[in-house]
Ligand binder design. Structure first.
Ligand code: NAP
Length: 250
């Protein structure tokens, strides 16, 4: 399947690197598209129209506010689309692309290493075979989670934004270590390695976070004190972050 990317920014690059196959891509600044084509192979297109003409599947990787202007260029030329545009509903996509099959997905940056979480609206519009084909293509990049569109904004607030949240957690832990005199490079290695092992453990333990907390936190020990200090601010912080994301993307 020939893949075309409208936009050659962060997410387009991560998708193309994860799939590790040539793409046709565009950007407002052609130099950005050329850089992506040079990275993964393929062609930097001079226009969105050229992307559509040379692709079996077009992926919308521009910003959500550019939906209408891009659709005005390619809606007549493409029959199969994936949209990663945060907050743009299936209904809006179908209105912009009335003659195409459009799937709404929400990947995260970990597509780059084929370890992403990818939400897809479980609306196959009467074509389960095509839906399965799209899911299989996405499964090359990580875990695909079909989900009702009513839950899509919350999914965005968990997995779409997740890599940035964990990166922030890492940054704050490093800052706390550096404030105690550890050199930054050592702190980064320790934090990164701890996050990697801890996420793998969480998944291996069927996401039983409470049991893991119990096993690490010896009664009266240092973890118990650390958890007590973190629990409330972290809970309130993530609630506020979810509110902020829902306010923007609903
Ligand atoms: N970043 C993430 O982790 C993430 C996660 C999930 C979903 N998303 C979604 O992914 C989309 C892209 O996000 P991003 O972070 O990759 O943004 P980005 O780095 O700013 O990339 C946007 C790209 O779209 C191009 N573009 C702008 N207008 C265009 C047009 N009219 N025709 C063709 N290309 C155009 C830009 O080109 P120029 O730079 O030349 O202007 C740029 O290459 C957004 O809709 C976002 O909601 C992002």
């Amino acid at each position: 399947m020939r893949i075309g990317l409208i936009g050659s920014g962060n997410m387009a690059r991560a998708l193309a690197v994860g799939w590790d196959r040539p793409v046709t891509c565009s950007a407002l600044e052609i130099e950005q598209a050329k850089a992506l084509a040079a990275l993964v192979g393929g062609t930097a297109a001079a226009s969105n129209s050229e992307v559509a003409a040379n692709s079996d599947l077009v992926i919308l990787c521009h910003k959500p506010k550019q939906l209408e202007e891009v659709a005005a260029e390619i809606a007549g030329q493409t029959t199969l689309l994936l949209s990663i545009l945060a907050g743009v509903t299936v209904e809006q996509l179908r209105a912009a692309y009335p003659n195409a099959r459009v799937f709404r997905i929400m990947p995260n940056l970990a597509v780059e290493i084929a370890q992403a979480t990818i939400g897809i609206v479980d609306d196959d519009a009467g074509d389960p075979e095509l839906f399965a084909e799209v899911v299989a293509l996405l499964a090359e990049l990580g875990d695909v989670v079909p989900i009702n569109e009513t839950d899509f904004a919350v999914l965005t607030g968990i997995s779409g934004v997740g890599p940035a949240y964990l990166a922030l957690v890492a940054q704050k832990q490093v800052e706390a270590a550096v404030a105690e005199g550890m050199d930054e490079a050592t702190a980064k290695v320790l934090v990164g390695s701890t996050l990697k092992g801890s996420s793998a453990l969480l998944v291996a333990r069927s996401n039983d976070s409470e049991q893991i907390c119990r096993e690490v936190a010896t009664p009266g020990g240092v973890t118990e004190k650390g958890l007590a200090a973190l629990s409330n601010p972290l809970g309130e912080g993530f609630k506020a972050a979810m509110d902020a994301v829902l306010g923007r993307s609903k």
